[in-house]
Write a protein that binds this ligand. Structure first.
Ligand code: FAD
Length: 410
């Protein structure tokens, strides 16, 4: 039995760094093994819903995120061909309704805030250029991460936060990611390059058959995040050379003038084919456990992947510290973590697919969808409450009730 507090984390993305911090704040010694030569995120935006901002607040990081982020007024769905606003959700009251605000921020700003907090915490060791290639258990109470450069690291438990193509996940599952047939182009551009809605604090998704376009302001409105997503007809036809910038242009030809202008400013240097995976029946293998995209990669239509990873991090730290404080093996905490997080995270993963189908539908289904959206009460929270609800939170520090000692923010 190991009541030790030494944790290895494979992967230093948003999920891995947030887990490092949550665990360190609860008294664990953490080593993060990151594959890249430096910690970093791509130059695009990130929506952070109350289920994530509650955790960031409990870590004492929300103010820093708010400083570099934007508090949007509304989440809007509009028609990509006519610009007609179909429905909107007022998010300005989310702080009171769900215990945390809805924030949009630059990904690299969010990662830098997590990184700075990790660097300031003596219990977190951050190692880069460490690609975990194998996880073994050399004896009953130890897990070992072996890296591509020949080094290896021992701990009491290991967290696989190594993303969509997780190496740690292979301990449990040998399936491949599932390609949705959709490709994204994205990036943050100076606001003056995007005439459309540049004065707005809304997060807008312009939706339509086989494509959508998302816009929202970043960095006090000086930048605009833009995401263009389309179904690759060439991929579906089995042709080579799919998902190219030319195909992007063709996919958005039947779009409003506003969207065509916005599209001309979108980065074309890199594209992201959109993958998810089928839900797992367990996230635990021996002394290893999965978190974030390694556990439940999802399509981005609910803007919840990173939010769910942040929730995982909080819950995992809460559950592992509960096991250790009760004098039990630290891995006993895996069960509580999995019980609390697997259901909500996998429901979100599955709902994201449905949400995508609803956004991209055509014909009669599109007509019915638009009719429903036009009549929707803007204050109706039924569709989002399940993702943001406090009831889905396992940690008492984030929930508000204190049933056992909670860490204080730095
Ligand atoms: C277009 C798009 C828009 C999105 N928008 C949102 C949004 O608005 N809100 C939201 O909440 N989510 C959003 N998401 C989802 C979100 O980006 C992911 O869910 C989130 O980044 C997952 O974080 P993670 O830390 O689990 O994984 P990752 O961010 O993938 O991080 C994994 C880390 O592990 C490292 N790594 C990989 N393999 C190894 C290895 N073998 N050894 C060591 N290190 C390794 C990688 O280098 C990386 O740093 C979006 C996704 C897309 C594609």
């Amino acid at each position: 039995m190991t009541t030790g507090r030494s944790v290895l984390i494979a992967g230093g993305g948003i999920g891995g760094l947030c887990a490092a911090l949550c665990l360190a704040r609860r008294g664990f010694d953490v080593t993060v093994l990151e594959r890249s030569p430096e910690f970093g995120e791509i130059g695009a935006g990130l929506q952070l819903a109350p289920n994530a901002t509650r955790v960031l607040r409990s870590l004492g990081l929300l103010d820093a995120v708010l400083e570099v982020g934007v508090l949007p007024d509304r989440l809007v769905l509009a028609d990509v061909t006519t610009d007609e606003e179909l429905t909107a959700l007022d998010v300005t009251g989310f702080g009171e309704q769900f215990g945390g605000p809805y924030v949009v921020a630059h990904r690299s700003d969010v990662l830098s805030i997590l990184l700075r907090a990790c660097l300031a915490d003596a219990s977190v060791r951050l190692l880069t250029s460490k690609t975990v290639v194998r996880v073994v258990e050399p004896d009953a109470g130890t897990v070992r991460a072996e890296c591509a450069d020949g080094t290896s690291y021992d701990g009491d438990v290991l967290v696989g936060a190594d993303g969509l193509r997780s190496t740690v996940r292979k301990l449990i599952d040998d399936s491949e990611p599932v390609f949705s047939g959709y490709v994204a182009y994205r990036g943050a551009v100076p606001t003056e390059r995007v005439a459309a809605r540049s004065d707005s604090r809304d997060v807008v998704a312009f939706i339509g058959h086989g494509r959508h376009f998302v816009q929202y302001p970043l960095r006090s409105g000086s930048f605009y995040n833009q995401v263009a997503v389309f179904r690759s007809a060439r991929y579906l036809a089995g042709e080579p050379n799919w998902g190219t910038p030319e195909e992007l242009e063709t996919a958005f030809e039947p779009s409003s003038a506003r969207i065509r202008t916005a599209l001309s400013a979108i980065e074309r240097g890199m594209s992201w084919p959109m993958y998810d995976r089928e839900p797992l029946t367990r996230w635990v293998h021996g002394r290893s456990v999965l978190l974030g995209d390694a556990a439940h990669p999802m399509l981005q239509y609910l803007a919840q992947g990173a939010c769910q990873a942040i929730q995982d991090a909080d819950c995992l730290a809460y559950s592992l510290s509960g096991a250790v404080e009760a004098g039990r093996d630290v891995i006993d905490g895996f069960t509580e973590y999995q019980q609390h997080r697997m259901g909500p995270a996998q429901r979100t993963q599955q709902n994201a697919r449905v949400w995508g189908d609803i956004w991209h539908t055509d014909g009669l289904a599109e007509t019915l969808r638009n009719a429903y959206l036009r009549e929707r009460d803007p204050n109706d929270l039924r569709h989002v409450a399940p993702f943001y609800a406090l009831a889905e939170t396992c940690s008492h520090s984030v929930r508000g009730g204190l049933s056992r000692a909670e860490p204080s923010p730095a």
